[in-house]
Design a protein around this ligand. Structure first.
Ligand SMILES: Cc1cc2nc3c(=O)[nH]c(=O)nc-3n(C[C@H](O)[C@H](O)[C@H](O)COP(=O)(O)OP(=O)(O)OC[C@H]3O[C@@H](n4cnc5c(N)ncnc54)[C@H](O)[C@@H]3O)c2cc1C
Length: 598
């Protein structure tokens, strides 16, 4: 069975020594997050993931979900009990305000726990993950009545949530949505239409399922501006929260798919189902974006999570598998061969994944802290700046962490040779599971277009300017620190490439938008490398400071951080030059062939 150990020490190092969580103590919820409590929360989450969820990962993959003749869906053996333990532990509502039954703790903890959950069992983790997204949307946009009725049940895990956007004729282009809503005299709506690919659309884990559905109210304009968002429960709740009649929504079928077999992917048929509006009429997409942004960050975390678990298994295998001798001479002369971890090419693979994972985790946590500021700070300017950061970094996190996360699962599989290709070792499941995060929540090409087409120029480029200012400010502040130079010098170069690419778009994409479209994915990855490079500079600074002040027995781990960071800036960050060259090549050769020429 694959191994997994939640990276609690790494998270604590990032929280305490890199991001200095104590600096956020003035925000609501942070004072409660004492170092002891944080350690206890992470320790408990780790235990649950390692002991309960890891063993169920293969079970979920092998058994999958089953749709029964009555339209109900049975999840794999053990999922129900594990879900019960998850809700008992209060894991869904870690960051939800206390008034709705949550713990009100910083969302950086939620994202961290979600990484552990997804590493241990991604298919399982999607049930609470989607529920968290639905909670956020109702919390941000629902009426007081809706919040009071739905949130406590969802936070406690009695009810779960889904998001319903996709239809057979409509994926990326949500303007094509056909699902219809007809207003009723009592203020409710009748929802009719078919949604496909709905994750966790039907299952046996919870008493009720709360679907958030994008639909067009009769008479509303075509396109995305005519869309509204509705809450459509499987069972209609009575005012006291008890379950009433079955609503007109059901699972028509479930998809056979490449991975995440333990998560039900459903065709959902709405046949005059009763729903209630969330947010104003025709503001549906805006409200759904609350859920989608959270979900996109969550999907980025899935990319990291699978990269991490694949890495851990590749390391274990590389230390154990004996093949060939080290180029520099035999390392284990008593054995018939050396373990493959001695080979530079195997190490190149392991170091690349490790260097990505550690910085990606920092990037997730940095962004999650910004999300905490955006939602909790009393100062409007601070909230605005944090919100800008979230808007800019969300497509980068989603696109880069899932593209590279998938590539890393393949690289980790390669370390196993043929043993990675057969099922026994579990590596091929990681590869299959890691493929979907690149596609859902907006395919990665769309994330890149969102970044280049919308986020760069938004508010006169305010978010991008702030990102440059922060990274350059850090470099300036530590310019005299010779020990940091190996990290800051390459970071400066990479930042220069990002600036050149941004400038190139400004000069060449307005008149010829194909230049932006053709370069967008390279720009997203260039941005990702710079952001990860900036994380490595901060990690290196945190590690050096901790080493200088006495490392409390963590010296070897901290020194390893510094080596891993050097590997990143020496061997991975220079790829920014390639991305820049591709962007500056423009769209001509990409677009020249006519469609019939393919
Ligand atoms: C397992 C699974 C779970 C899912 N869960 C959910 C869920 O819970 N809820 C939900 O609503 N949906 C869900 N989805 C649907 C998913 O979000 C969509 O599949 C995804 O958004 C892409 O839509 P599509 O499949 O229709 O592809 P299309 O929109 O047809 O896109 C096909 C390709 O064309 C590209 N493309 C499309 N338009 C453009 C453009 N303008 N510019 C450049 N490139 C473009 C895309 O990047 C993509 O590569 C799920 C899908 C799967 C497979």
């Amino acid at each position: 069975m694959p191994v997994y150990k939640a990276p609690v020490d790494d998270v604590l190092f990032l929280l305490n020594d890199v991001f200095h969580i104590e600096r956020y103590a003035n925000l609501p919820g942070f004072a409660d997050a004492s170092p002891d409590l944080v350690e206890a929360v992470l320790g408990e989450a780790a235990k649950f993931c390692e002991d309960v969820l890891v063993p169920l990962n293969r079970v979920g993959d092998t058994q999958g979900c089953r749709r029964n003749p009555d339209g109900g869906v049975t999840t794999p053996a053990g999922f129900k009990d594990a879900f019960h333990q998850l809700v008992e532990g209060g894991w869904i509502g870690i960051s939800v305000p206390g008034e709705f039954g949550g713990q009100g703790l910083p969302s950086v903890l939620t994202q961290t726990v979600n990484e552990f959950l997804a590493s241990a069992n991604m298919a399982f983790a999607m049930y609470p993950g989607l529920t968290q997204g639905a909670i956020s949307a109702i919390y941000a946009h629902g009426t007081a009545e809706l919040k009071a009725l739905y949130l406590p049940k969802m936070v406690s895990g009695e009810w779960t949530g889904t998001m319903n956007l996709t239809e057979p004729q409509c994926g990326t282009d949500l303007g094509l949505i056909r699902t219809k809503a007809v207003k009723q005299a009592d203020g409710s709506f009748r929802i009719t239409g078919t949604k496909i690919f709905i994750s966790a659309g039907e299952h046996d884990l919870a008493a009720n399922i709360v679907h958030l559905v994008l639909a067009r109210i009769e008479g509303a304009p075509e396109g995305t501006r005519g869309l509204s968002l509705f809450v459509v429960p499987k069972f209609l709740p009575n005012p006291d929260g008890s379950l009433g009649a079955r609503n007109g929504v059901g699972c028509g079928s479930i998809e056979e798919k490449m991975g995440i077999h333990g998560n039900s992917t459903c065709v959902m048929n709405y046949d005059g189902a009763t729903g209630w509006l969330i947010a104003e009429e025709q503001h549906g997409l805006h409200a759904m974006f609350t859920m989608m942004n959270e979900a996109r960050l969550g999907v980025g975390v899935q990319g990291l999570a699978l990269s991490e678990v694949a890495y851990q298994n590749a390391v274990a295998y590389a230390k154990d598998r004996l093949q060939g001798r080290a180029l520099s001479g035999a390392k284990q002369k008593d054995k018939p061969a050396d373990p493959i971890i001695v080979h530079p090419d195997v190490r190149r693979t392991l170091m690349s994944i490790r260097a990505f994972n550690e910085a990606a985790r920092a990037l997730v946590m940095w962004t999650a802290l910004k999300s905490d500021v955006a939602h909790r700070a009393s100062d409007a300017k601070e909230r605005q700046a944090a919100d800008d950061h979230m808007g800019l970094l969300t497509p980068v996190l989603k696109g880069v962490l899932t593209d590279v996360g998938f590539a890393n699962t393949v690289a980790a599989q390669q370390v196993f040779g043929g043993h990675g290709y057969i099922r026994e070792w579990g590596m091929e499941q990681f590869v299959r599971d890691a493929r979907i995060p690149m596609i859902y929540e907006g395919a990665n090409g769309i994330q890149a277009l969102d970044l280049v087409g919308r986020k760069l120029a938004k508010d006169g480029g305010r978010a991008l300017t702030a990102f440059f200012a922060e990274a350059q400010g850090f470099a300036k502040e530590h310019a005299a620190d010779a020990a940091l130079e190996p990290y800051l010098e390459p970071l400066g170069k990479a930042l220069g490439h990002l600036q050149q690419a941004t400038m190139w778009f400004a000069q060449n994409a307005l008149a010829k938008p194909d230049n932006a479209g053709a370069g967008a994915t390279d720009y997203m990855h260039l941005f990702g490398l710079v952001a990860l490079g900036y994380m490595w500079a901060r990690i290196a600074q945190g590690a050096q400071a901790k080493l200088a002040s006495g490392a409390d027995g963590a010296a070897e781990r901290l020194k390893a951080k510094l080596v891993t960071g050097r590997f990143f800036v020496e061997r991975m960050l220079p790829e920014t030059a390639t991305h820049l060259a591709r962007i500056q090549a423009g769209a001509t050769s990409t677009m020249e062939l006519p469609a019939e020429g393919f």
